[in-house]
Design a protein around this ligand. Structure first.
Ligand SMILES: Cc1ncc(COP(=O)(O)O)c(C=O)c1O
Length: 375
């Protein structure tokens, strides 16, 4: 049995605030803070020699831990600075072979479609949601064809929490000979993942949100069979086989997904991300999912009982992002913050995203405080 009350003490923000915004930024743990302090100490003590004796090892430890968490191998995982950088690395690594279309959806985070908005030679097809919550796999199947270079979309939509079916998406792309590229920033930590079993070609995520590791890093998974085939045209000295030869003429891609890397990774984040990932791994996704489902159902129940209207996915596709409809979301979020309740807003909605460290009492307080808001 996981003692969630004890786990709460790992996260100092929970003593100060009612923190319900993990889909923007996961809470910082004492463990992450301790690893960060260790990084700073070694910097003071050893300077650059800490690179070889400690820091490169920490990066590999993180790569190992995260790839296991994703059901993959370290061979298939690159460390990059942001989701946008991961997406750019992927788009710059494939040959169009006469294909000039990318299919994404209006519910994706904009940085995804922007990758091709700046490439006039590519036509971006944006699928429209029938209800503002979901996109059906059949909608992709209708338009993904021999002209499609990428089926590019989210695992979980950032504004509705709807989880898409990765296996369905990968097979639609594969049938058309297109690549499947998934923005999984809201997927990892909200779902049980075993990426090689999904058939997805590329999946990018990172520690910022549900994995409790802070900003400055992204994880790019590249399907094993593709790793050695692709030659990214965005590159760096981390992508070459003999990184420390400093040979200008000797560039040769590494045999693993590190060929997608773009230079020195964010060391502070490697430390904070390790702390967050360790905690997630220790609790286990199965336990986290059970707890988060319970919290989300509770939130939905109290919000509806208070007369609020929600924009949420059906049970089968719902994750832990709950959108409460509101006429003045920015004012309401400020009101909540003034009462130490931290949530977020998107057009027409307040976005509440509980994680395992929250309690039902915190959700009650959030709804009650929101009820008291007078525009
Ligand atoms: C689904 C999704 N993709 C991408 C981003 C942002 O990516 P980047 O790391 O490039 O800032 C966010 C939010 O921060 C997001 O929710």
């Amino acid at each position: 049995m996981t003692d969630f009350e004890a786990i709460r003490h790992e996260f100092p923000i929970l003593e100060r605030k009612t923190y319900l915004n993990s889909c923007s930024l996961g809470a910082l743990s004492k463990r992450s803070e301790g690893y960060l302090a260790d990084f700073v100490d070694r910097w003071h003590d050893m300077g650059a020699s800490a690179w070889y004796s400690h820091w490169l090892g920490r990066a590999e430890e993180l790569r190992g831990r995260v790839s296991t968490f994703l059901g993959a191998t370290p061979h298939e995982l690159a460390l990059l600075p942001s989701t946008s950088a991961s997406l750019a690395a992927v788009t710059e690594s494939v040959e169009p072979d006469g294909r000039n279309r990318v299919v994404c959806t209006e519910l994706d985070f904009p940085t995804l479609a922007y990758q091709w908005a700046v490439k006039p030679e590519i036509e971006v097809v944006v699928l429209r949601s029938p209800d503002g919550i979901r996109i059906d796999p059949e909608q992709f199947a209708e338009v993904v064809d021999e002209r499609t270079l990428f089926l590019a979309t989210s695992h979980v939509f950032f504004a509705t929490g709807y989880e898409q079916d990765l296996n369905a998406l990968s097979s639609i792309a594969e049938k058309a000979g297109a690549y499947s590229l998934i923005d999984g920033y809201q997927g990892a930590g909200q779902t049980q993942l075993s990426l090689p079993e999904t058939g997805i070609d590329f999946y990018t995520t990172g520690p910022l949100k549900w994995l409790l590791g802070g900003p400055g890093l992204a994880y790019l998974y590249v399907r094993d069979a593709l790793v050695e085939k692709l030659e990214p045209r965005l590159t760096s000295w981390f992508a070459t086989k003999r990184q420390f030869d400093f040979d200008l003429q000797g560039f040769e891609y590494r045999d693993d997904a590190r060929r997608f890397e773009l230079g020195t990774p964010s060391l502070p984040t490697i430390h904070t991300a390790l702390g967050g990932q360790e905690i997630i791994d220790e609790i286990g996704m199965r336990t986290i999912l059970k707890r988060n489902h319970m919290l989300t159902e509770h939130l939905i129940g109290v919000a509806e009982a208070a007369g609020m209207s929600l924009t949420i996915a059906d049970d089968e596709h719902r994750t832990f992002i709950v959108m409460i409809q509101h006429d003045d979301p920015s004012g309401a979020v400020k009101h909540l913050a003034a009462h130490d309740v931290i949530v977020d807003y998107r057009p027409g909605h307040i976005r509440v995203s509980p994680h395992f460290y929250n309690t039902t009492e915190e959700l009650d307080l959030c709804v009650e405080t929101l009820t008291n808001y007078v525009d």
